[in-house]
Ligand binder design. Structure first.
Ligand SMILES: Nc1ncnc2c1ncn2[C@@H]1O[C@H](COP(=O)(O)OP(=O)(O)OP(=O)(O)O)[C@@H](O)[C@H]1O
Ligand SMILES: [Mg+2]
Length: 164
């Protein structure tokens, strides 16, 4: 079976694996629906994975599921993309951040990344961060660390850990 899902709800205050899934591009919309069902209450989503692992692709499909009307694209040059969607009758904001081109946390702060993270921590927005390892000090708990790695040419494995 190509599509599989395992959810674990753990009450431990330590880091915990909350969600694990394997998906192909054929399954990705279903994966995005399951992902959001389990994880929508969180605010900071750190997407980790090598070049071409599938971070932007997953975020794109997730935003399609959320009915984001803005153009969802890789913020490689703009560094910050802002999207909006309706959630429980209200406007919700997503900041899609790409830290690949940043050298360190100082550069990230200068580029306005800390403001986005602070807003998300207050519950006023969500942050989807690609290449969070470039300024990991800025990503404070609680946040989700989402590892994406190829399982085969067309299949990806995703593991979501809650970091407190
Ligand atoms: N199951 C899959 N899930 C996601 N992407 C897949 C899958 N199978 C193949 N792909 C392909 O892998 C590529 C992933 O590219 P994507 O831009 O999403 O990666 P990325 O992790 O955002 O890379 P970067 O670090 O450069 O931003 C796309 O060409 C996509 O079509
Ligand atoms: Mg990308």
């Amino acid at each position: 079976m190509i599509f599989s899902i395992h959810c674990y709800y753990l009450s431990s205050p330590m880091d915990a694996v909350l969600f694990q899934i394997s998906y192909t591009l054929g399954d990705i919309d279903k994966a995005a629906v399951q992902f959001w069902e389990v994880l929508h209450t969180y605010r900071i989503f750190a997407f980790s994975g090598d070049l071409g692992a599938g971070k932007t692709t997953f975020i794109h499909h997730l935003c399609d599921h959320l009915k984001v009307e803005d153009v969802v694209s890789s913020p490689t040059f703009a560094l910050i993309n802002e999207y909006h969607f309706r959630e429980e009758g209200k406007d919700s904001t997503i900041y899609h951040l790409d830290w690949y081109r940043l050298k360190d946390s100082a550069e990230a702060i200068n580029a306005g990344m800390e403001d986005c993270i602070n807003e998300a921590q207050k519950g006023a927005a969500r942050c989807f961060v690609e290449w969070p390892e470039k300024a990991r000090e800025l990503v404070r708990g609680p946040y989700l660390w989402i590892s994406i790695a190829p399982e085969s040419v067309n299949e990806r494995n995703m593991t979501v850990t809650l970091i407190n």
